[in-house]
Write a protein of this length. Structure first.
Length: 253
């Protein structure tokens, strides 16, 4: 990865993370666009946002480019991705980051005090199993102001449609194979690059000690998410966008 005069090229790492994630989700940018449309619809152009399981801060990046008056707190447990996030947003007073484990019942105590207009999260909560995720939804209902919003974009599996699921998966993987042949990096290859970077090597070793390759969680259905969000204290919940493999669920407090 290129180095700038000031050291590590954080923008290059941010962009290479985005390309790696897009290999799995070609509709990722469209999903972010709809998420921000709904933030604007609910909270206007200067929202106070919690970017949950923020990784390198991809959601925060889109948020601030579209709504310069927004503020964002990013929360994650991964020391390497947080190193990139902190480097990329260094000096931007609208942004802060918190290291926390969302499966730890006391994690909200580490946050700047709420309430938040919007809690936004993508491609992350399937790292939790349904028990901790239901608990997390309850905690998030307590962090969002009345009239505020939680949006979760993730894989939501409908077990009642196995044939549709199989053809969708096969089609998606064929596209991924073609992109790979054209040079796209997958998860393991991207982390191999991070391991070789002098600044990221140590936090990368730490993140593998925390998670291993990837934490094992669940991908419950959209019905499970909407029901659990209503039980958690949100007033309404439904999908506001879906691709063949991913869904964006919105819950209004
Ligand atoms: C695939 S990345 C997605 C990151 C970002 N939301 C994006 O769309 O680029 C999943 C993120 O969830 C975070 N994560 C998973 N389990 C977590 C937990 N228990 N506590 C905090 N963060 C967690 C990981 O560290 C990782 O940054």
């Amino acid at each position: 990865m290129a180095e700038t005069a000031a050291g590590t090229d954080w923008r290059a790492w941010q962009e290479s993370w985005d390309r790696q994630q897009e290999w799995y989700m070609p509709d990722r940018e469209e999903r972010f666009r709809v998420m921000l449309d709904m933030v604007e619809a609910v909270a206007g152009p200067e929202p106070r946002v919690l970017d949950l399981a923020c990784g390198t801060g991809s959601i925060t990046d889109r948020l601030l480019r579209r709504f310069p008056g927004a503020t964002s707190t990013g929360v994650d447990l991964d020391p390497a991705l947080l190193t990139i996030a902190r480097g990329y947003f260094d000096g931007d007073e609208r942004v802060s980051f918190v290291t926390a484990d969302l499966a730890d019942p006391g994690w909200t105590r580490l946050l700047p005090p709420g309430p938040y207009d919007a809690v936004l999260t993508a491609t992350a909560l399937h790292w939790l199993s349904t028990g901790p995720l239901a608990t997390l939804y309850g905690q998030l209902a307590g962090l969002v102001r009345d009239g505020g919003v939680l949006m979760n974009a993730d894989h939501m599996t409908d077990l009642g449609t196995p044939r549709i699921n199989a053809v969708e998966r096969a089609h998606r993987h064929a596209g991924m194979d073609r992109a790979k042949a054209a040079g796209a990096l997958d998860w393991a290859e991207w982390w191999d690059l991070a391991r070789k970077d002098p600044v990221l090597a140590e936090p990368t070793a730490e993140r593998f000690a925390i998670y291993g390759e990837h934490a094992d969680g669940d991908t419950p259905s959209l019905d499970w998410h909407t029901r659990t969000l209503l039980e958690a204290g949100f007033g309404e919940a439904r999908a506001v966008w879906a691709s063949p493999s991913d869904t964006l669920v919105l819950a209004l407090k």
